[in-house]
Design a protein around this ligand. Structure first.
Ligand SMILES: [Zn+2]
Length: 112
């Protein structure tokens, strides 16, 4: 995994009040296969973790490229409440959200 991703994972572990559980570092999509993405399996911590992470300031600080999670799982009215793409707030379609109900996907930007 890249140094940027390592820094993100350490920050997530620090921020979460309970232990985070990493389900996938390596995967088939382009970000996972690049070592730039991580999936956090315990989606139950979303409500605790994401308000502190899914802000423009933290997304920039942590070099987050993508953040995908269906916030309706955490009883939020807006399922895209915490989502980012290319470092900007982004509304994913229903098909993408459907794949991100049981884990939180993070990808970081490419290292310069
Ligand atoms: Zn993922």
């Amino acid at each position: 995994m890249t140094a940027t991703l390592q820094a993100l994972v350490l920050h997530l572990a620090d921020t979460a009040s309970s232990k985070i559980s990493i389900s996938s570092l390596i995967g088939i999509d382009r970000h996972h296969s690049d070592g730039r993405a991580v999936d956090i399996r315990n989606a139950a911590i979303a409500k605790d973790l994401l308000p502190a992470i899914a802000t423009d300031e933290m997304v920039t600080t942590l070099s987050i490229d993508e953040l995908i999670f269906d916030a309706s799982v955490a009883h939020e009215a807006d399922p895209n409440k915490w989502n980012y793409s290319l470092g900007k707030k982004h509304d994913y379609d229903a098909a993408t959200l459907a794949k991100h109900k049981d884990h939180i996907h993070f990808a970081v930007t490419k290292e310069k």
